[in-house]
Design a protein around this ligand. Sequence first.
Ligand SMILES: [Zn+2]
Length: 435
Amino acid sequence: MLKKLSLISIACLTCASFSAIAAPKNVIYMIGDGMGPAYLAAYRYYMDNPDTKVVERTVFDDLWIGNASTYPDDDTVVTDSAAAATALSSTHKTYNGAIAVDHDHKPLTTMMEIAKAKGMQTGVVVTAQINHATPAGFLAHDKSRQNYDQIADDYIDNKVNGQIVADLMLGGGTSYFVRKDRNLVEEFKQAGYQYADSWTGLKALNKLPALGLFAPKGFVSALDNPEPLPLKQMTEKALELLSPAEKGFVVMIEGSQIDWCGHANDIACAMAEMHDFGEAIKVAKAYVDSHPDTILVVTADHETGGLSLGANGNYSWKRDVIKKVKHSGDYIAGQLLALKDDKVLYQAWLGLTGLELSADEQQLLSKARAEGQKALAVAVKQRIDHHSTTGWTSGGHTAADVPVLAYGADKQVFAGFQDNTEIAAKLIQFIQQKK
Ligand SMILES: [Zn+2]
């Protein structure tokens, strides 16, 4: 259901100042889930060339232009991804868990619905399941982010002028789309969508509308994924497919699992996700260079984990330790748990992390192994944090402001401090200006 949305209803304090600017034809909106400012600093130092005295700037630094607050519509000030996605897609604050609905569960119109009504093409690209909170906040309406099946149903049932909202969906989630009670993949095919469920299939997609589901739920973490840079690959395909759109396009591309690594307090995992997201941003930036009628905006929905570079009074953050870690903590724990004998534990540890441990630390690892996967994964990550002096204050989200990055002719509109709802309002104003 598409409500009429007038410009007056958009709470945007800084919008009036740019109403004279010509609206870009295309919008590339990228969201690093959980990507607080410390993640950008961490990635910069992680990527630093140790052979030079200066610390080189990353693509994030090159585009960084402002900050945003992320508080939800209650007094907690700490948002979840659903309320944040709603703010970033619809300009409206709501309660944690809400998928583009207000406190009375009434649908809030999203920028994808507005774009669709304007005849633009629309897409979402994620490495979580495609019906996870962030993409859901752009395409569906539900009182709870936990209603995964209903949200997936909404991707085909929620129509704008009789049309499905998204022309392109790339991500994970076959287990929600192919179910006993409903086969949404078949329904999308019948509605004319090309379908891919493999990386070869992704490459073969050659027109819209299209649906690509490459995992039962979320993807394997980028650090453990044999497929290199999955988000970058999907971003390239998405821009290739959306580019011919006569009236332009709006695409939301999410670095979904930066957040998951943050929840897991796994720094090596987080850096691998930041790398994939950064490489995807480079693809989008190059697209803006060759299509100057495009605006690229990158932000985060919230910070996750309370990441600190330097911990416990140590004035140093040792990236070389993190660079040697070959897999996520969960994966390493699984490998160590599968060993036949404790005697080869340290040898296997060295092969997976390259990190030398004291005899006491080896004992800690051995003890955790006896306790099982969960305890061992925690012990693995604690050793890496200890030696790299990485700190975390939470296994959840924090209320830290998030970075705002922009690129393209209209980028100044996003400069300075703003609320997350204002980012949506500015983008919606661009979309609304279309004839
Ligand atoms: Zn989260």
